[in-house]
Design a protein around this ligand. Structure first.
Ligand code: BF8
Length: 674
């Protein structure tokens, strides 16, 4: 009997039920025909642990794991007597687990930021040929936030300071943010003053990034912090260290080194791969290597070499957030989302997949074994145990040589392709490359470059509000269905959408990142604005660390006037319909602590501790002006966001239909007084 059970073939995913995307469906089926399992199939055979899922499994010591599943009785109002061996309650356990997720997410984003800061400093010191200070305007804009002067006084005259000197000081000051011994994170003051003052009053201002992560690990160890409210105070401090610290610095320093994104055209989905080209897929998160690969793969030397080997050229494609980074700055097409990484290899046309850190499936190595694909890890902290994986460690001091070696390896591998190439045809055009600066220009014009026009259109009701829809794919829900349904429902109701991460890739694949989308999917007000200024109703703002751009865009909205004095007053809401990564929890917490209502879909990791969950979902609004929510149904999810936006419109007194007039500063000030 036991043998019979073991022999049972694993279940296969139904491709149509697994994804709304045709290319994905085709490639899941293709993998199944070839006998290759993907995450979609594995999810059929591995059900999530029901107790871990509720957030109430504690494995922080060797006496457990202590498992505290919720019961029907407790749900119905019975006294909750659950406790672990040490006495930890469900609230304590769920809060500890939640805080550890925040610490992990903050560590991931911020360690990325630290690496960028180190490369930045090496560029400022001119130690590398591959990196330089490219966007000096952004350097000058960012320097004052680090307390770095951009002018000098000489003989009673104010002179521009040397750019190299400024860059060096910015790099040094930035790097100190991870471990300085006193003070608070310098970027916190970029938030609107009432928000900064609130964080001061609540005692949640991060001191330095590393310390906040370490303190969570300490406080969540057995026998330390046993008050879920106190734990969440530290959770918030750590999350803010990510959003207004590590992530924001990563974005800024990357922009200075690699260029601030401006709108550009590109394409998305597996169909961007080309049969007659060398295909290199770049996957992961840190753009320091991928930037150089992009540059090297465009050199005549490499293109000639590719032709010599029988290819027509070199086609780059991205997966996950590296994809977003090189798309935003260079227009490199997106090959797919997090859940399409294995499928890119299943095409049989992936000559090399280059990975760095985060969101990389270890099963890529097993899939690569079935094809000619060279799977190359590049980061010292992220290797794979399988023996077919090549490790080419990347170092900023010889970045060009490393990138050349990788590109050459891919070209050499082109001729090893088997006959089993199958690239799906699907790909969609898109406009990407938005950011705080380009929104200013597009919605404000070159003479009036600011957020006034956006604010005016929110005030007059053409735009109902702002939705920030971000985050991962989660194989426990239909790939991209939540993302697309939430976004379409928002724009249909005149909510402009700012997107990052895998949501942005999903929207790109579905063609939502084009100005033409406005006519098809938007409500009349938003459609009118998009048509007038020629932007898509869904603006791609980059990778997940670039959620910091959303914080700063919202801050610009506050600054432009008429929509309140703090982020919590703006008619805006956040969403991650298909989240799965710990990073998403960190992002959610810093967005909530910045005053924004945030809804997650698919699952929520605190359902086994209703009192703690209430603290996040209800009490947080009283503390921060923003709170968490959970809604798996994407239409209801979108309408919860819209209801919140309407609540904020009402509080601002802009809920009534208004005469559509262009407001000046005086009008906006009058509104604020009212
Ligand atoms: O940092 S959205 S699946 S790729 S974690 Fe990963 Fe989630 Fe995609 Fe980027 Ni963000």
């Amino acid at each position: 009997m036991a043998d019979e059970k073991e022999k049972k073939a694993p279940k296969l995913a139904d491709p149509v039920a697994a994804s709304v995307d045709l290319a994905t469906q085709v490639m899941i089926k293709r993998a199944q025909e070839l006998g290759i399992d993907t995450a979609f199939d594995r999810a059929e055979n591995m059900k999530p642990c029901n107790i871990g899922n509720q957030g109430t499994c504690c494995k922080n010591c060797g006496m457990g794991p202590c498992r505290l599943p919720i019961t029907k009785g407790i749900e119905a109002g019975e006294v909750d007597n659950r406790k672990g061996i040490c006495g930890a309650t469900a609230n304590t356990i769920a809060a500890r687990n939640f805080c550890r997720m925040i610490a992990a997410g903050c560590a991931a984003h911020s360690d990325h930021g630290r690496n960028v800061a180190e490369v930045f400093l090496s560029a400022a010191r001119k130690e590398s040929d591959a990196y330089r200070i490219k966007d000096t305007q952004k350097l000058l804009a960012v320097a004052p936030h680090f307390g770095v002067a951009i002018t000098v006084e000489k003989d009673g005259e104010t002179l521009d300071r040397d750019l190299d000197e400024i860059a060096l000081e910015v790099g040094e000051k930035a790097l100190r943010e991870w471990g300085k011994d006193a003070g608070e994170l310098l970027y916190l003051k970029r938030a609107p003053k009432p928000r900064y003052d609130l964080w001061t009053k609540l005692g949640v201002k991060p001191r330095n990034i590393d310390r906040e992560i370490v303190e969570i690990m300490h406080r969540t160890a057995i026998g330390v912090d046993q008050d879920y409210k106190n734990l969440m105070k530290q959770g918030t401090r750590c999350a803010l260290a990510d959003g207004w610290g590590g992530s924001m610095m990563a974005t800024d320093l990357q922009d200075i080194m690699f260029g601030t994104p401006y709108p550009l055209q590109s394409e998305a989905n597996l169909g961007v791969m080309k049969e007659d080209h060398v295909n290199i897929i770049i996957h992961g998160h840190e753009p320091v290597l991928s930037e150089v690969i992009v540059a090297v793969s465009q050199t005549k030397e490499m293109l000639d070499y590719a032709k010599q080997k029988g290819a027509k050229g070199i086609q780059l494609g991205g997966i996950c957030c590296t994809a977003n980074e090189i798309l935003q700055r260079h227009g490199v097409p997106l090959a797919g989302t997090f859940l399409q990484q294995e499928l890119a290899i299943v095409t049989g046309a992936c000559d090399a997949m280059v990975v760095d850190v985060q969101c990389v499936f270890q099963n890529l190595a097993n899939v690569a074994k079935c094809f000619h694909t060279k799977l190359i890890t590049t980061h010292p902290i992220a290797k794979m145990e399988q023996d077919n994986v090549l490790h080419i460690e990347f170092d900023e001091h010889h970045a060009l040589e490393d990138a050349k070696r990788i590109v050459k390896l891919a070209i050499d591998n082109f001729q090893n392709r088997g006959a089993d190439v199958m690239i799906p045809q699907q790909k969609s055009p898109m406009i990407a490359g938005f950011g705080v600066e380009s929104i200013k220009y597009h919605l404000g014009g070159s003479f009036r470059g600011d957020y006034f026009t956006l604010n005016d259109n929110i005030i007059n009701g053409r735009i109902r509000g702002i939705g920030a829809v971000v985050g991962c794919n989660n194989v426990r829900t239909k790939h991209n269905e939540g993302h697309l349904t939430v976004v379409k429902e928002l724009i249909k109701n005149d909510v402009i959408v700012l997107t990052t991460g895998c949501n942005a890739i999903a929207c790109a694949m579905a063609g939502l990142l084009t100005p033409e989308t406005a006519q098809v999917h938007c409500g009349p007000g938003l459609a009118e604005v998009c048509e007038t200024v020629g932007i898509p109703p869904v603006l791609h703002l980059g990778s997940c660390v670039d959620n910091s751009r959303i914080l700063l865009a919202a801050t610009e909205v506050v600054r432009a006037g008429g929509l309140g004095k703090d982020l919590s007053e703006v008619p805006a809401a956040g969403s991650a319909p298909e989240w799965m990564s710990e990073k998403a929890i960190t992002i959610g917490q810093y967005v909530v602590a910045s005053g924004v209502y945030t809804v997650f879909g698919t699952t929520f990791p605190t359902t086994g501790a209703p009192v703690f969950q209430d603290y996040l979902f209800k009490e947080h609004e009283k503390i921060y002006g923003g709170m968490w929510d959970f809604e798996a149904d994407p239409i209801k999810h979108a309408h919860k966001m819209i209801a919140h936006i309407d609540k904020k419109r009402k509080a601002l007194g802009i809920d009534k239909a208004r005469e559509r007039v262009l407001m000046d500063m005086a009008d906006r000030q009058k509104l604020e007084v009212a």
